[in-house]
Write a protein that binds this ligand. Structure first.
Ligand SMILES: Nc1ncnc2c1ncn2[C@@H]1O[C@H](COP(=O)(O)OP(=O)(O)OP(=O)(O)O)[C@@H](O)[C@H]1O
Length: 248
């Protein structure tokens, strides 16, 4: 039987007086490659923050790797790449290698000595995202998509079981989105990484994704990508609250 990595049961959340999430229940299992899809303001980032334990629900229960989130201690099992991580300007004084190495702190502790094989680990993480040739480049000199790959490598170096990516394709031009998804699919299939990403853009829900969850304050649909493809445009428009295009 597949292991459950994340489970939410009747989770609700509000900021002061604004209700954001209502009775959310769903599971993410080992091996899933899940896209959480929802319009701007639908609560996607809030849902990720709840899953990461950065905020607490007002009601409901969250489990990580079958343990209540309150007692879960293996933070290094979860790699998170936030929406704003690739907002570097070209003068930022850090190389790709340094950025990726900084991800080791999560595994070995902030002030501990880096392992002897840390250079090999950097190479391995960079090659998993197709960025091995950029090791000594300045991070600020890379494109948005390349920076995003480097930040995924920084998460990968701590060897997480689960990768959580907030709007990873923002800043990647249309021609490069497909190869970006191919890279994520190879992390999912060849390196057995379970992946959750959130996106507001229906057009970027690639065929490489295995599952889709549609979120707008609550979960309107959660199932295989193939089932998602059979939904009518009207259903999708209803959940979104405005007209959206679905090309896949
Ligand atoms: N710290 C906060 N305090 C009060 N309200 C907030 C806060 N953060 C988010 N919100 C509100 O909660 C709602 C959901 O925000 P959230 O960022 O989770 O949505 P999202 O789906 O990730 O949006 P986007 O696609 O624009 O990033 C929005 O109405 C937002 O204005």
């Amino acid at each position: 039987m597949k292991k459950t990595f994340i489970e939410l049961q009747d989770v609700s959340f509000q900021y002061e007086h604004t209700k954001v999430l209502h009775n959310i229940s769903f599971k993410v299992e080992e091996g899933d490659f899940l896209a959480i899809l929802g319009p701007n303001g639908s609560g996607k980032s809030t849902l990720l923050k709840l899953m990461l334990g950065l905020i607490k629900p007002i009601s409901g229960e969250i489990k990580l790797f079958d343990e209540p989130i309150q007692s879960f201690r293996h933070r290094e099992w979860i790699g998170y790449v936030s929406q704003k991580s690739n907002a570097f300007n070209s003068a930022f004084p850090a190389t790709v290698e340094e950025v990726v190495k900084s991800g080791l702190a999560k595994k070995v502790g902030l002030f501990k000595r880096l392992p002897k094989n840390s250079n090999d680990l950097v190479e391995k993480a960079l090659s998993a995202v197709g960025m091995e040739k950029y090791q000594s480049r300045n991070i600020g000199q890379l494109s948005g998509g390349q920076q995003q790959r480097v930040f995924i490598a920084r998460a990968l170096i701590a060897e997480p079981k689960l990768l959580i990516l907030d709007e990873p394709t923002v800043g990647i031009d249309h021609e490069n989105v497909q190869s970006f998804y191919d890279m994520l699919a190879s992390l999912n299939e060849e390196q057995q990484k379970t992946i959750i990403l959130v996106t507001h853009d229906v057009d970027t829900v690639s065929n490489r994704i295995s599952h889709v969850a549609c979120l707008n304050q609550t979960i309107h649909f959660h199932g295989f990508k193939k089932e998602f493809d059979t939904l009518s445009p009207d259903q999708l428009n209803n959940w979104y609250g405005h007209s959206v295009r679905k090309i896949h």
